[in-house]
Design a protein around this ligand. Structure first.
Ligand code: GLN
Length: 231
């Protein structure tokens, strides 16, 4: 299905590690995840040739702004701040931030308990902004890779981690069962969108393809593969 092939291979910037949305497969070295499958399905539908370029998350928006990449998919939350420098597709995933603490922690139950506490997170993300703007009384420590932030929590060098709920949930399920737990409610409602340089003519093509694969069941199939149940 879809439009006619374009010759140019488009560069799609992605996060080098944001499970289960994008990560490098241990054996093949290939990028895998929900975003990767979704982007491939969109590209196929829209007749676009793409190539993934994994990088640190905080390099994605600047590179889109300067047109070094054609698109960016990285569990990237659509924010007014980012919209000043890049364009976004329609939302493709509903997310939000949540707090993680050590499993035996009893004094942190929600964001109101973070004042004066050390909280780890990832550089350049909405959780770093949230800590800075909404909980300035917390001592925020940001790392370029979220795994470092989780390690600080496991080692007890920070009191909590604030980050995207689906990533923390997946991390706990696969790596930290019985060691880390989530507390409180989802603190924000954030939608993930695909990013583009401002004015890119790919936005319309991608939105059209996204709508088609949502309507024809492809999106649900990919969702089920990575998250189990339907949205
Ligand atoms: N959704 C968060 C943000 O946009 C984190 C994304 C990520 O770390 N890949 O800032």
């Amino acid at each position: 299905a879809g439009g006619k092939k374009e010759d140019k291979t488009l560069i799609v910037a992605t996060d080098n590690s944001f499970v289960p949305f994008e990560y490098s497969d241990k054996d093949s070295g290939e990028m895998k995840g929900f975003d990767i499958d979704l982007m491939k399905a969109i590209a196929k539908e829209a007749g676009l040739k793409i190539k993934f370029k994994p990088m640190k998350f905080d390099g994605i928006v600047p590179g889109l702004k300067s047109k070094r990449w054609d698109m960016g998919i990285a569990g990237m939350s659509i924010t007014d701040e980012r919209k000043k420098s890049i364009d976004f597709s329609d939302p493709y995933y509903e997310s939000g931030l949540i707090i993680g603490v050590q499993a035996d922690n009893t004094d942190i139950k929600g964001s109101e308990d973070l004042a004066g506490k050390k909280v780890s997170t990832k550089t350049g993300t909405t959780s770093q902004d949230y800590l800075k703007n909404k909980i300035p009384e917390a001592k925020s420590v940001a790392f370029p890779e979220i795994n470092q932030a989780y390690q600080e929590l496991s080692a007890g060098r920070v009191d909590a981690t604030l980050y995207d709920m689906p990533n923390l949930a997946y991390y706990i399920k696969t790596k930290a069962k019985g060691k880390i737990k989530m507390v409180g409610k989802k603190m924000t409602a954030e939608s993930y969108g695909i990013g583009f340089p401002k004015g890119s003519d790919l936005v319309g093509k991608v939105n059209k393809a996204l709508k088609t694969i949502r309507d024809n069941g492809t999106y649900d199939k990919i969702y089920k593969k990575w998250f189990g149940e339907k949205p």
